[in-house]
Design a protein around this ligand. Structure first.
Ligand code: SAJ
Length: 416
């Protein structure tokens, strides 16, 4: 056994957090198995390929697979430590946390657990979930003791939320400080020992419940601040003021740092996690709920403006540039761009969508009346109205001459 106490690691969930985490530990000399229920993903990774657009990820995965220190499988294997990094979405109807993937991942560990193992929940979860993981495993593994009711348990369990920013995951995985909440202090210390193998940032120890709230608070903080910028932009529209200029000038104040208005907030984190706080304390979370509503309403505000312009043009072709939830990635989850296009299609308009990072329309848009996916060139040649929804690099480089004579909505403020 290596001096730090870990030879083998199993990472459950090979998404944008789990896969780079697995590769980074494998490149530090651990024998790592990555687990995913998607067989195509498992096969790709075992060929040394990746299924996610993320700078440098392909290289570190290829390195680890070719060295033999990383392989993928569909079920967990025996290991010294387990990291759970599966999605924790919300239910569409009432914004309740959906812990189905997390509990399935938890239960999948029961057949392989042995005394001395460490389990780390990296998925973002409502307060109390890490303890619930321990309680569930205790029910499934009566021969082992667990930390929710034992100070010297056979199994250590902690929450250490991921904090990486898509687009710069590899650097942030190693450099960011980590909050580590053990169910007992020993659980926290053991978790810090594991991360110390690969993380240069500080490991900050606390309780599991505090770590759970810290992660939710980080994303709710950002959501509230983006909501402020988005509300300011709606006010600016009404007053005929350029919101990006107003934000830029306000930010010259030494204690003001307003975020950027945009078409709304997307992604599987900031648009989701604040609801976990609202769900835990519905009567005390008015500001957090209001911010979610402002950001969810923003794409409809934008589509209302576009529909008004379209009504003044005979049979307009509307080009929508960008489908992903933010720049230079291929992730379309909760993307405000999709909502805008759905609204425009419902308004009966022809929409040509451009997204350099995908080849086919996503299910939410596929089959919608008048919506097609095309190239940037084609869209700019044929459109009467051009809507910039994502500040992808390729769109920043569009020459202003290409927009002459067209009605332009720049929802990211990059063509001003
Ligand atoms: N956005 C704006 N204006 C801004 C900043 C962002 O409209 O000034 C929009 C983006 O376009 C996007 C959305 O907000 O639609 C979210 O993007 P983001 O870049 O703010 O965040 P994510 O969702 O990609 O990643 C966040 C990060 N959290 C924080 O910055 C507090 C990341 O560190 C977390 O690890 C990640 O959530 C997560 O997985 O929880």
């Amino acid at each position: 056994m290596a001096e730090h106490g870990f030879d083998t690691l199993t990472v459950i969930g090979l998404g944008y957090v789990g896969l780079p985490t697995a590769a980074i530990f494998a490149n530090q000399g651990l024998d790592v198995v990555g687990v995913d229920t998607n067989v195509d993903v498992v096969d790709m990774i075992n060929r040394g390929e990746v299924h996610i657009v993320e700078p440098d990820l392909d290289k570190i995965v290829q390195d680890a697979v070719s060295k033999g220190s990383l392989r993928a499988a569909t079920v967990p294997e025996v290991a010294d430590a387990f990291i759970i990094a599966v999605p924790t979405p919300f239910t569409d109807e009432d914004h309740k946390p959906d812990l189905g993937y997390l509990m399935a991942a938890t239960e999948s560990l029961a057949p392989v657990l042995k005394a001395g193992d460490l389990i780390i929940v990296e998925s973002t979860v409502p307060v109390g979930t890490t303890k619930a993981v321990s309680v569930r495993l205790a029910a499934l593994c009566p021969e082992l003791t667990f930390p929710h009711d034992n100070d010297a348990p056979d199994i250590h369990i902690a929450h250490s939320p991921e904090r990486v920013l898509p687009g710069q995951v590899i650097a942030e995985l190693t450099k960011n400080d980590r909050v580590i909440g053990g169910l007992t202090p020993a659980c926290g210390a053991r978790t810090a020992a594991l991360y110390a193998i690969a993380v240069e940032g500080q490991c900050l120890l606390t309780t599991a419940a505090t770590a759970e709230l810290v992660k939710l608070a980080e994303n709710a903080y950002r959501d509230v601040n983006i909501a402020f910028a988005n509300e300011l932009s709606i006010i600016s529209d009404r007053l005929g003021i350029d919101p990006w200029e107003a934000v830029r000038l306000a930010n010259h104040h030494p204690r003001v740092n307003i975020l950027q208005p945009g078409p709304g907030v997307g992604g599987h984190c900031i648009a989701v996690d604040p609801w976990f706080i609202v769900d835990s304390a519905p009567d005390d979370s008015g500001l957090i709920r209001a911010a979610r509503k402002v950001n969810d309403a923003k794409p409809h505000h934008l589509s209302g403006q576009i529909l008004a312009a379209a009504a003044a043009t005979a049979s307009p072709v509307i080009a929508c540039l960008g489908l992903s939830y933010k720049a230079d990635i291929d992730d379309l989850r909760q993307s405000p761009a999709i909502t805008v296009i759905q609204d425009l299609s419902q308004g009966g308009h022809a929409v040509v969508a451009v997204e350099p990072h995908i080849n086919t329309l996503p299910p939410e848009l596929d089959g919608l009346d008048g919506v097609t996916l095309t190239s940037l060139d084609d869209a700019l040649n044929n459109a009467d109205i051009v809507v910039l929804l994502v500040d992808h690099k390729a769109f920043k480089e569009v020459h202003q001459d290409r927009l002459t004579g067209k009605t332009v909505f720049d929802a990211r403020g990059i063509w001003r």
